[in-house]
Design a protein around this ligand. Sequence first.
Ligand code: SIN
Length: 309
Amino acid sequence: MDLSTVIAGVSFPNGLMNASGALCVTQTELEALGASEAGAIVTKSMTPEPRQGNPEPRYVAFEGGSINSMGLPNLGYPAYAKLIPALKRFQKPVIASLAGLQPDDFLAGARALNEAGPDLVEVNLSCPNIPGKPQIGYDFEASERLLEKVGEILTIPFGVKLPPYFDPIHHQKIAEVLQRVEIAFVTMINSVGNGLVVDPEREQVVIKPKGGFGGLGGRIIKPVALANVRALWNIWGDRIPIIGTGGVEHGVDVFEHFLCGASAVQVGTMLVEEGCGVFARLARELAELLERKGYASVLACRGKLREIP
Ligand code: SIN
């Protein structure tokens, strides 16, 4: 079964990859992704300086999903810029996830990444976990200003990782911004920010940072993720590729993301819970499902979701 895909002119052996943040901080983790069946290696979102991130506990899985407030623990731009060229030996695309604590950080990161030469850059406008720093993706003007400046510097095709939106007018507005800045691809959704999970026995929150508020991932966010993928597909069709993220546990979840219009998917919670073997399992389950349904390739089902007349 042909599970290959193309994002912004870059060919992927298959359209399954890690979501930035899941097992992709250290050299060892990035190399494990390289050695796995993942179709790409996505780095942790990087900031100018190395960061320890938020205090623990900061990630908890629960029935149906996960909550995290990692706080961007990462090795910093210079370390990833050094690692990226060596990751190319795995012969699959390397996507650098670029973050920052203030707008100028992103520009410094863009310069560092031009030197490092990943295949694509994913600009993260949607981390919900830095105390006092709102998600840029919810401010359309600030997003446009930042992406314009990043675009003036980056020589590598770049996309954007978006938060979930919950109203059609917001899908329309962000789509217009992204068209104006000529974005090469979109990854959506980041975790559903500032959820709260309660342990009723201990009468306590389950993660320490931000009083227990954190980003939700996993199965419970799949309908929100699918809705966001579909909403942008309805606006753009195949003009701007979408990497669907949220709730991928089984091959059928990948299939649903593609039906809604995704050209690839990222895996977060399930990768953390299962390890890198998740990619081989998802590929097998997806191939079996596509074969049973008579599709010759995964891209053949992209966007084919039917509405009820
Ligand atoms: C984190 O490191 O807090 C998660 C990153 C993100 O959600 O973008």
